[in-house]
Ligand binder design. Structure first.
Ligand code: CP
Length: 304
């Protein structure tokens, strides 16, 4: 791997190798002293144009666990506010000699643009409505840990699919690994690409949840929904929100996932978010191991 811009184009072997490396990293995270010298002398720069709690913090934690030097820049405190372009900003950061740039941007394709202009490795930490590959990988690690294998697994992804970069990365990754992916949500928020990628579109909540091994709920992205015909949040919760009642139709050992942040009481009832089927905080925990694996695979192997 040189860059991780998306899960599109990765083979099942590529994904398995990343997940196996993440499992090795989880052993470091289970030790009393959770730090190894693997990336000593490497410089990791994070550049987030959109807010983040989980992704940014877990990449920072991952870099520290591997002893890399890490620095962060946010859009609001950078010279972007003075009109500097994205490429100029990135070229100036590159002049300081980073080995890796981790970038989140509201524009789909922004990390791909930088990859054409920069020599260091780039990880896409979420680009617009396109992809969020490290989230897709941590979701797959969480599913594999709970279910053992992807083959034939029924995974239902429910909510605002159109605006979800997580949904696209998950659908690509999970279908590549042999899972059967179903999607459900408001018709206006179901893009045509899902069927092209091999996902089945459901016509009701019951259909989506029936016999599911995994139910993944997506956040209603209020910040991206201004121009979309959309019911009120109360209507949304009634039609597309997951309740404990729905889960009675799923497999008895179903797991419930959500990439966060959760709109409690909208896409997910609080008793489900905090209930026995929820693995939402395990997703966050696995995110550190996956991001350690990505840092190691992109910039650490020659120093191992
Ligand atoms: N899942 C996710 O990307 O969360 P953050 O926006 O908090 O990084």
């Amino acid at each position: 791997l040189t860059n991780l811009l998306g899960l599109e184009g990765l083979s099942a072997d590529d994904i398995s190798h990343i997940l196996e490396t993440a499992e090795s990293m989880s052993e470091i995270n289970a030790r009393p002293i959770k730090k190894v010298p693997t990336l000593r002398g490497k410089l990791v720069v994070s550049f987030f144009y959109e807010p983040s709690t989980r992704t940014k913090t877990s990449f920072d934690v991952a870099a520290k666990r591997l002893s890399a030097d890490s620095v962060s820049l946010s859009a609001s405190t950078s010279s972007l506010t003075k009109g500097e372009t994205l490429v100029d900003t990135a070229k100036n950061l590159e002049a300081m000699g980073p080995d890796l740039l981790i970038m989140r941007h509201s524009m789909s394709g922004a990390p791909h643009l930088l990859a054409r202009h920069m020599n260091c490795s780039i990880i896409n930490a979420g680009d617009g409505t396109h992809e969020h590959p490290s989230q897709g990988l941590l979701d797959m690690m969480t599913i594999k840990r709970n279910k053992g294998d992807f083959n034939g697994l029924n995974v239902s992804i429910i909510g605002d699919i159109s605006h979800s970069r997580v949904a696209r990365s998950d659908i690509i990754g999970l279908t590549t690994m042999g899972a059967k992916v179903r999607v459900y949500g408001p018709r206006t928020l179901l893009p045509p690409y899902v069927e092209t990628l091999g996902a089945e579109v459901c016509d009701s909540m019951d259909h989506a949840v029936e016999d599911a091994d995994v139910v993944m709920m997506l956040r209603v992205q209020k910040e991206r929904l201004d121009d979309v015909l959309f019911p009120s949040l109360r209507e949304y919760a009634r039609c597309f929100g997951l309740s404990a009642q729905h889960l009675k139709k799923a497999k008895p050992d179903v797991i419930v996932m959500h990439p966060g942040p959760i709109n409690r009481g909208v896409e997910l009832a609080p008793d489900v978010a905090d209930g026995p089927y929820s693995v939402i905080l395990n997703q966050v925990e696995n995110g550190v191991s996956v991001r350690m694996a990505l840092l190691y695979l992109l910039v650490g192997q020659e120093s191992a």
